[in-house]
Write a protein that binds this ligand. Structure first.
Ligand SMILES: [Zn+2]
Length: 425
């Protein structure tokens, strides 16, 4: 799916940054944002290939920021990519305005970053004449953290990566690549992550990760109550306060949606997925009339955030027809209204499979998309979807990741498609 001759993977790790280095890195990010903005402002409506944008904007970036030459080039390339994705959004009939750079993120490549796997460290170029800073990778304690399979490997080499500053913490999305052996090896084994959107859970993945809407719903009700009180008050002061409250609510909701989006992308990366599948959002309001907090707006934002973050990690995102995903048994395929005795419960009337309804739906979302893939010639090269404990190929069934991970797993829903009647519970 990445259009070049490499397999690409991303390993996410937190970074331990000293306080001196922290301010240096934050300044570098400010310079970077400015550099990208300068490049976009120059190139917008003019050009979008990396080389064209670089030719047009490089000098301006160098003159007006403190970025070193390589980061100035990367900023031009970043701008080019963002303009390109605006163009393709417009071709899809969606709206896309000129990008602005507000999120605290910066791109690194092999010339601006060096990884020291044995020391579990990384060195990063900063702005101006400052030298590089070194930071420790905060990796999971057990050596089995998925990051190690790339870090400790001779086959995977570090490539374009992004550094993020989020809620006072630093995260490095370390990109790795490895040459594709040959064409046939590169396809047909790809994996997708299915995602169901809902009421009590904002999102549930086919790997059984639940993003609860509980706190969000609670806060929204609180904001609502405060606004109600202010409305009764009716003074000009109250009106101003009300606007401030609405702004705060808006920011809070976006913050929650961002962290859900990050979680979904992380889940896909941890399970070695090539893409993420959602149900189509059109009409979701009608399908989920109970949701107080949700609006098409929130789901649209969430999708947009995931799309943006996934693209940066080389993952595709697509939607699939939601028909019957809530009534269909992900294990035996039986479709019936009675399979859904309550909002959160799924209980198959044919095979007895009992599960959280949204989790069952997340698997169906992935399943439907893979079946469609089989019938089309789009060639995503995906044939299976990820569970917590293994993968499922429609028609061919379940494969555990490995014997250990199966034993550890709490995922009790290994689909046995070969014998749909074989499960009592
Ligand atoms: Zn069933």
């Amino acid at each position: 799916m990445s259009g070049d001759d490499y397999h690409r993977r991303t390993a996410i790790t937190r970074l331990a940054v000293s306080s001196t280095d922290e301010s240096l890195l934050r300044d570098t990010i400010e310079e970077w944002k400015q550099g990208c903005q300068i490049a976009v402002d120059k190139a917008w409506m003019w050009c979008h290939s990396k080389s064209d944008v670089q030719q047009l904007a490089y000098d301006g970036v160098r003159e007006n920021t403190n970025l070193g030459s390589q980061h100035a080039i990367l900023a031009c390339h970043q701008a080019a990519e963002n303009i390109k994705s605006c163009i393709s959004r417009r071709q899809d009939g969606k709206k896309a305005s000129k990008p602005t750079y507000t999120s605290p993120t910066i791109t690194y490549d092999s010339r601006t970053m060096t990884v020291f796997p044995e020391k579990e460290q990384v060195s990063l170029t900063t702005h101006g004449d400052h030298s590089r800073v070194r930071a420790d990778l905060v990796l999971p304690d057990d050596k089995d953290g998925y990051q190690h399979q790339y870090l400790d490997s001779d086959e995977w080499e570090p490539t374009e990566s992004t550094l993020h500053y989020r809620n006072g913490d630093w995260y490095l999305h370390l990109g790795f690549r490895k040459p594709k052996q040959d064409a046939e090896e590169a396809t047909e084994n790809g994996t997708v992550l299915g995602v169901d959107l809902g009421v009590n859970e904002i999102a549930v993945t086919s790997t059984a990760r639940f993003f609860s809407a509980g706190e969000l719903n609670h806060k929204r009700r609180e904001f609502e109550r405060v606004r109600g009180d202010l409305q009764k008050c009716g003074t000009r002061n109250a009106h101003r306060t009300m606007e401030a409250v609405s702004g705060r609510e808006d920011r809070y909701v976006k913050h929650v949606l961002h962290s859900v989006a990050n979680g979904i992308v992380e889940e896909a990366l941890e399970h070695d997925c090539d893409g993420i599948v959602f149900e189509e959002l059109d009409g979701i309001r009608e399908r989920l009339p109970e949701a107080a907090w949700h609006s098409e707006w929130a789901f649209d934002r969430l999708y947009e955030y995931v799309e943006y973050k996934a693209e940066a990690e080389g993952l595709f995102v697509e939607t699939t027809n939601p028909k019957n995903t809530s009534k269909r048994c992900a294990e035996c395929g039986f479709i019936h209204d009675a399979n859904r005795p309550s909002r959160d419960t799924f209980e198959c009337q044919q095979c007895g499979n009992r599960n959280h309804a949204d989790y069952n739906a997340a698997k169906n979302v992935a399943d439907v998309s893979l079946r469609r893939e089989q019938q089309s010639s789009r060639g995503r090269g995906v044939s299976q979807y990820a569970l917590k404990s293994g993968t499922v190929t429609p028609n061919r069934g379940y494969t555990p990741y490995s014997t250990e991970s199966e034993a550890e797993s709490t995922d009790k829903s290994h689909p046995q498609r070969a014998s749909p009647s074989g499960r009592a519970k």
